[in-house]
Design a protein around this ligand. Structure first.
Ligand SMILES: [Zn+2]
Length: 434
């Protein structure tokens, strides 16, 4: 069991890490190094030998290995990113980089995404050092840069250039799972992520005939683009249930005592009510138009018009996604990936999944643990290139009214001290038994 000091440290570390501003504005505009040095120092104090790795100066990653007692066992990767998305101080009740602890709540950017988990990892391994605990498997700890942008300076760089540090790792755990989802009807659900949709950020280019705005023009690039964008935005994507999403629907239905009818998923989602929100974005591919750019004067028809579309596809449904985009864009509009990441799928009956589940159940006996698929992506995509199966497991017990999904990248991001304590206990239990 994690000790009292671990309970104090997790709060201090969360707060300290929030105070180190690691805002990632994209395009390389971020400096994680001070946070990386902070994390590395905390690991070194616990007897680990962390290494700092940078592709670009200032954008540091930290990797350390904790040797397990069973050298024949596969290693486990435990990772968290150090960067955060921007925060506008004027919108917040508390300064987003204050790390203030007020009325038992730690406030600031990164409080749930994901300096909380970074702090939990640090608190657990330090408690183990005090107690002389060694896990069964080797545990590789990685704190990464650049998760909130392309990951090129973070997990992507580590996977491509420092693969040897992850030798033997077959599975990984990181953000976006095992938090309390309150259904509003008294039930508490703990979704553990066992999959991610793939990322397909696309650039669409319509070409046409430039000319005077007062003339007849059947080859107007703006019209062509608008038509394609409308087709994409209104497209009804067919259901594509991955094994994880099937398991999520089946297990949620069991929690609610509803008959599982996977032939009519939309009705099932309706019956699940708010809990259906955990699954609804992952039962099909999606493509949302997000940016438009064309023209420079009202009486001039431009020769080209550009749009951007945020596409996401499920494991096994990528070819269909591409074919659908070809069809929806049509002959006059080209499309290409600007950013393209794989979809992930992890088993929900593996010993590791079952251990995560029982660790949560032990400390939240009133909760219902179910698997789910993330609608977006994490660093697990990059680490999957090393053959590492990723799970989302950053345990937090949240009181009702704390909408985890809304706090993610949201204003007034914050985390209760009690939630951090729960996280340390559950992570400690899981990692000891992993
Ligand atoms: Zn995150």
């Amino acid at each position: 069991m994690a000790d009292e000091r671990a309970m104090d440290e997790v709060v201090t570390f969360t707060s300290d890490l929030i105070r180190i501003d690691t805002t990632n504005r994209g395009g390389g505009d971020c400096r994680e190094r001070p946070a990386a040095e902070y994390a590395a120092a905390r690991l070194a104090e616990a007897g680990l030998e962390p290494v700092l790795l940078e592709r670009v100066p200032g954008r540091a990653n930290v990797v350390a290995r904790l040797e397990g007692t069973d050298p024949s066992a596969d290693a486990l990767l435990v990772h968290g990113h150090l960067d955060v998305v921007p925060a506008e101080a004027a919108d917040w009740s508390v300064h987003p980089f204050s790390g203030e602890v007020r009325d038992g709540v730690v406030w600031g950017r990164g409080a749930v995404d994901m300096k909380n988990m970074d702090a939990m990892i640090l608190a657990v391994v330090r408690a183990w050092a005090r107690e002389g605990v060694r896990p069964r498997r080797d545990i590789v700890i990685a704190f990464t840069a650049d998760e909130e942008a392309s990951a090129e300076d973070g997990s992507g760089f580590l996977a491509d250039r420092h693969a040897h540090l992850f030798e033997g790792c077959t599975e990984g755990v990181s953000e976006s799972g095992a938090f309390t989802f309150h259904d509003g009807d008294g039930r508490q659900i703990y979704p553990i992520a066992a999959g991610e949709r793939g990322t397909a950020w696309m650039r669409l280019t319509a070409r046409g005939r430039a000319g005077h705005g007062s003339k007849v023009n059947r080859e107007n690039a703006v019209t062509r683009l608008a038509a394609a964008i409308t087709r994409i935005g209104e497209h009804q994507w067919p259901l594509r249930l991955t094994p994880t999403v099937r398991a999520a629907l089946t297990e949620l239905a069991a929690v609610y005592g509803i008959e599982t009818d996977l032939s009519d998923v939309d009705t099932l989602l309706d019956k699940l009510g708010t809990a259906g929100k955990l699954v609804e974005a992952t039962v099909r591919n999606s493509a949302n138009p997000t940016m438009l750019d064309a023209g420079y004067k009202v009486n001039v028809i431009p020769g080209e018009a550009v749009a951007r579309v945020d596409g996401r596809y499920l494991a096994g449904a990528e070819d269909e996604f591409r074919a659908t985009m070809d069809r929806l864009t049509g002959p006059d509009v080209d499309w290409e990936f600007e950013h393209h990441e794989v979809a992930l799928q992890a088993p929900v009956d593996s010993p590791t999944y079952l251990r995560m589940r029982s660790a949560v159940e032990e400390f939240a006996p009133e909760g219902h643990v179910v698997p789910y698929c993330m609608s977006g992506g994490t660093d697990a995509k990059q680490f999957s290139r090393l053959g590492i199966t990723g799970y989302g497991f950053a345990p937090l017990k949240l009181p009702e009214g704390f909408d985890y999904q809304a706090l993610f990248h949201g204003v007034d991001e914050r985390v209760p001290v009690e939630a951090l304590h729960f996280g340390v206990r559950v992570l400690d239990r899981f990692l000891r038994t992993a």
